[in-house]
Design a protein around this ligand. Structure first.
Ligand SMILES: Nc1ncnc2c1ncn2[C@@H]1O[C@H](COP(=O)(O)OP(=O)(O)OP(=O)(O)O)[C@@H](O)[C@H]1O
Ligand SMILES: O=c1[nH]c(=O)c2[nH+]cn([C@@H]3O[C@H](COP(=O)(O)O)[C@@H](O)[C@H]3O)c2[nH]1
Ligand SMILES: NC(=O)CC[C@H](N)C(=O)O
Ligand SMILES: [Mg+2]
Length: 513
């Protein structure tokens, strides 16, 4: 898989794994010679943020397509293939983001089994206008005159959309068609045992040193902690940071659910003052994220010193910090090969430059649903494995504007109501998560109790997703929405309006900041 700076690079690699075919990712800066030296059975070219016609855009030479290796181009990779072989790529003026209707005029190899009309997930502004010579056009959409093509003889294939995302319903089938039929690969690779492999790796990395783990009670850190506990037992101390940006009841829940189930040593740090003070006066989302990332580390440093003292091991230092970092955190922070920085996740792009810890991140190449499977394998309680994600920066990135103690109280109250009603309606497993966002700098006029109010809106952002890389807004029942709206406006005095976010990802992200 050649990575052109895609948001979805690991996702493609992972879909190939799911098809029982081994895959490796190489950056687009690798030469064709280097790529071919790996003796690939097939090559996939990923999407990416550039435009093929821009100066300095990542480029593949035509020699890649002359080597006799089957190639599938996806989005940018499709456009790069078209351009390299003499087709034309330009802006249509009609951008396509999210669910897009395509018409399959000829299924060919890759689209075999696809209905004539289908909805696929797109994310592009450029389009292939003319396929290179020798290629048959397989599909079109409103914004993509050539939405898929193939040259069966040369075994070159391409699609404008993203078959790797779950929101393209026949995407996995298209990838498998390419791998099995287009490239003739036998699906005989097995993912093996992630748990055993990671336990070995962790032992090799930390030896007999003391380790701390940032534990939020969420899925990722709980699974990471369980892996490390299995690897090095009580060399591990978990640290839960109450940064004041948590939802109601969160701190208590970590102790109840995780510590009771695993017997892990836990240190709870009350850092509420510290975070609110550090965030005072800041409104830029990236600045807020970086401040939160830095403060987390400072708290972990203090906690590490205390862990050493508590153990009476004077003079020792804790060198290792375990984090439940997943691949989406890495790529959205711009950590993929040439990938754009969408937002700095506190545990990756938000880390301070003077970080002293060596990081232990056993889940760094995995996606949430894979992590859930690892968690179940490790015997992590189901209540944790199926918990909805909650971002480390917490309510701090759900207040659009400055974070203050009062605003946090307002948002926490609105959030608790939304969560309670969604749980009551039995919708917890159906939705991925439902951020409640306070638009702290927006006010609108209301009439309550015959009086005028000038309050703030909150946004409900219910989304469905498999892995957080793409998402769709969840069609919640109107009566549930009505109950949430009525309760929030009645019970939270600062809020006089509730609005619903009906944006997919892309173009929106799940969180507002
Ligand atoms: N309040 C917290 N205290 C300590 N560590 C935290 C806290 N919040 C986040 N972290 C650290 O940051 C990492 C990333 O946070 P993130 O929210 O992505 O994962 P999670 O909370 O473990 O799982 P989930 O995505 O299900 O919420 C966590 O795995 C954990 O190591
Ligand atoms: O630990 C985290 N630290 C962060 O800085 C962070 N930002 C977003 N998220 C969570 O990641 C998923 C994708 O969110 P976005 O669509 O907003 O990027 C969603 O599940 C978000 O809740 C974070 N988690
Ligand atoms: N997702 C992609 O690969 C996008 C390709 C290119 N940047 C476009 O907008 O068309
Ligand atoms: Mg979390």
């Amino acid at each position: 898989m050649v990575d052109f700076g895609a948001q979805y690079a690991q996702l493609i690699a992972r879909r190939v794994r799911e098809a029982n075919v081994y895959s490796e990712i190489v950056p687009h800066t690798a030469t064709v010679e280097q790529m071919l030296a790996k003796d690939p059975a097939a090559i996939i070219l990923s999407g990416g943020p550039s435009s093929v016609y821009a100066t300095g855009a990542p480029f593949v030479g035509p020699e890649l397509f002359e080597a006799g290796v089957p190639v599938l181009g996806i989005c940018y990779g499709f456009q790069a293939m078209a351009q390299a072989l003499g087709g034309t790529v330009a802006q249509t003026g009609q951008r396509e983001y999210g669910g897009t209707a395509v018409e399959i005029t000829e299924p060919g190899t890759v689209l075999d089994g696809s209905p004539e009309q289908q909805t696929v997930w797109m994310s592009h502004g450029d389009a292939v206008h003319a396929a290179p010579e020798g290629f048959e056009v397989l599909a079109t959409s409103a914004g993509s005159p050539v939405a898929a093509f193939e040259d069966r003889e040369r075994r070159l294939y391409g699609v404008q959309w993203h078959p790797e995302v779950k929101h393209s319903p026949l995407g996995q089938k298209a990838l498998e068609n390419f791998l099995y039929r287009g490239a003739g690969i036998t699906p005989d690779w097995n993912p093996g045992n992630v748990v055993a492999e990671q336990v070995e790796r962790i032992r090799a990395q930390v030896g007999d040193a003391r380790v701390i783990c940032g534990l939020s009670g969420g899925v990722d850190s709980s699974v990471a902690a369980a892996l490390v506990q299995r690897a090095v037992g009580d060399q591990l101390t978990c640290v839960f940071v109450d940064h004041g940006l948590l939802r109601e009841g969160e701190a208590e829940q970590v102790e109840k659910d995780f510590v009771d189930a695993t017997g892990v040593q836990l240190k709870v740090v009350d850092a509420r003052e510290r975070f609110v003070t550090a965030l005072a006066g800041h409104t830029d989302p990236e600045t807020k994220r970086k401040i939160i990332g830095r403060e987390f580390i400072r708290v972990f440093e203090d906690a590490a010193r205390e862990v050493v003292e508590d153990a009476g091991a004077h003079g020792e230092t804790v060198k290792f910090l375990v984090q439940g970092t997943l691949y989406p955190d890495v790529v959205e922070s711009g950590g993929g090969e040439g990938a754009a920085n969408i937002k700095s996740h506190h545990n990756v792009g938000g880390l301070p430059d003077d970080l002293q810890f060596e990081l232990v991140e056993p889940l760094r190449t995995l996606f949430k649903d894979e992590v859930r499977a690892v968690g179940l394998e490790l015997g992590v309680p189901e209540g944790i494995v199926w918990r909805q994600p909650f971002p480390g920066p917490g309510l701090g990135i759900r207040i659009v504007g400055e974070v203050t103690a009062e605003r946090l109280t307002t948002l926490r109250a609105a959030d608790a109501i939304a969560r309670e009603e969604l749980t009551r309606a039995g919708l917890d497993r159906e939705i991925w998560q439902c951020p409640v966002v306070l638009l702290a700098d927006v006010r609108s006029v209301g009439v309550q109790g015959d009086g005028r109010t000038y309050g703030h809106p909150v946004v409900l952002r219910p989304v469905s997703s498999e892995d957080a890389m793409t998402a769709d807004w969840t069609r919640l029942p109107y009566d549930v929405l009505a109950t949430i709206s009525t309760r929030i406006t009645n019970e939270v005095p600062e809020v006089n309006r509730v609005v619903l976010d009906v944006t997919s990802k892309p173009p929106g992200t799940i969180e507002w900041e």
